[in-house]
Design a protein around this ligand. Structure first.
Ligand SMILES: Cc1cc2nc3c(=O)[nH]c(=O)nc-3n(C[C@H](O)[C@H](O)[C@H](O)COP(=O)(O)OP(=O)(O)OC[C@H]3O[C@@H](n4cnc5c(N)ncnc54)[C@H](O)[C@@H]3O)c2cc1C
Length: 418
């Protein structure tokens, strides 16, 4: 690669989604890199969201670990209060059972001594604030497409569409599920399509959501109602492709009626306020997370079923684990050492594969038609509901309070002061 108009950094990140931007801020916040020593390359950067804009139809359910990480990066304190909603309960039930009755399980933050079970956050606002925090931390933002990547002894180098070359001690692929960086690095993926679309929309419901995330498992896929601060809910409704296409073709009144029926009336009549948008779903995992001088994280490394709202949370834990590992590397010149990066790979690949496998298994179990599947589901939820220890464990794991969580997210209470 030509050295013409070449710039050098400690870390070069491709992708300016929440994961890429958070990693950049965290590297500076944890004093691993000086301002100006981290670059993010993206074809497009997020744009500001006017205060008057409605909530984006995409929302994220974020865990306690994600909240702490975003506090450390000064993102959390910048999120407008009206774009974040703390929910207190989660009720999951099978279509054959009843919410809060037979074949259901309810998690309550009070049962685990937590103030809430997590947060619903506006996707566009989160993306913008992550980028702003990176900018304020002195991260260099370069708008261009990635053309080529090469891994050398001491540096990784990438060539951009405008002819510039960037060199970094470490190259990070955070460019999402279709990661071009991953392809250029020759990392293969495995997985399968779910042949399902997740439909997302905002809805008003006749009954209050009661600060609860509701999720009903139907044979076509789960239907979730995520509570918003103004009483509305944001739905994520998974359906087989043909059914999803049919539902998207309905007018809002007919879609609302179908939604009310699918919800089993748990929140009364539903009124869809936005046309449903569809997202195709797949399970995908990269076979390697590390190469000498390069790593993958976020959706570039793993794409999971959204039924438990875990994809972003897992990606943020990737950021925390990578920073944790780099803290023990002995300085920026060692950031790209394969032995260092393999430590990150070992930690996160197993955790993410476990999560992806568990979500895949749940998806299969809940979409198994017939009496055996229904019996198993109902019994399984009923058993979990009756075992306080199992419920506590599941809730704490979903919150990121246990599992592969670096000490600086557990023990360092500095996040509480930001
Ligand atoms: C319906 C649905 C609901 C979900 N709900 C939740 C939830 O509640 N909670 C949760 O934790 N997760 C959820 N997820 C998962 C979550 O959306 C993803 O895990 C998360 O967005 C991944 O972030 P990322 O930054 O890795 O990738 P992305 O968000 O895909 O960002 C990648 C970035 O890279 C840029 N890029 C792409 N290609 C290039 C290139 N060649 N050069 C430069 N830049 C490039 C893109 O423009 C983008 O900015 C959900 C997913 C779906 C589909």
């Amino acid at each position: 690669m030509s050295a013409q108009s070449s710039r050098e950094f400690d870390v070069v990140i491709v992708g300016a989604g929440v994961i890429g931007a958070t990693l950049a801020s965290l590297l500076v916040a944890r004093k691993l890199c000086e301002p100006g020593r981290v670059a993010i390359v993206a074809e497009r950067f997020a744009t500001p969201v006017p205060a008057s804009a409605d909530w984006d139809t995409r929302v994220f359910a974020l865990s306690r670990a994600s909240e702490r990480l975003l506090r450390l990066c000064s993102v959390w304190s910048s999120l407008p209060a009206q774009r974040v909603f703390a929910y207190e309960r989660m009720c999951v039930w099978d279509s054959q059972g009843q919410p809060q009755g037979k074949g259901s399980v309810t998690f309550d933050c009070a049962e685990i001594g937590e103030p809430n079970l997590g947060f619903i956050v506006d996707s566009r606002v989160l993306q913008w604030q992550c980028l702003q925090s990176a900018r304020s931390a002195g991260v260099v933002l370069l708008e261009a497409a990635l053309e080529a990547a090469a891994l050398g002894e001491t540096h990784a180098a990438i060539r951009l569409s405008d002819g510039r070359t960037l060199r970094g001690r470490l190259l990070v692929a955070a460019d999402g599920p279709e990661s071009k960086t991953r392809t250029l690095l020759g990392v293969e993926t495995a997985g399968h399509a779910y042949h399902q679309d997740a439909l997302v929309a905002h809805v008003r419901t006749a009954k209050s959501h009661d600060n609860t995330a509701w999720q009903r498992f139907l044979s076509g896929g789960p239907l979730a109602f995520l509570p918003l601060p103004d009483g509305r809910s944001s739905i994520v409704w998974t359906n087989a492709l043909t059914e999803a296409a049919r539902l998207r073709g309905l007018d809002l009144a007919a879609f609302s009626a179908a939604l009310t029926a699918a919800s089993g009336g748990v929140l009364g009549d539903c009124e869809a306020l936005t046309a449903p948008a569809g997202y195709p779903l797949k399970l995908q995992y990269a076979l390697d997370y590390a190469r000498p001088r390069a790593v993958l994280l976020g959706d570039a490394a793993h794409v999971v079923h959204p039924l438990a709202g875990q994809g972003m949370n897992l990606g943020l834990l990737d950021c925390a684990a990578l920073v944790d590992v780099l803290e023990g590397a002995g300085g920026a010149s060692y950031f790209g050492e394969y032995t260092v990066l393999r430590r990150y790979e070992r930690r996160r690949r197993s955790e993410n594969l476990f999560a992806a496998g568990a979500l895949d298994g749940l998806e299969r179990l809940f979409s198994t038609a017939g009496p055996i599947g229904a019996g198993l589901r109902s019994a399984g939820l009923g058993v979990v509901g009756k075992l306080p220890f199992a419920k506590r464990h599941l809730a704490q794991r979903a919150l990121g309070l246990i599992g592969d969580v670096p000490e600086f997210l557990k023990a360092d209470r500095a996040w509480q002061r930001k």
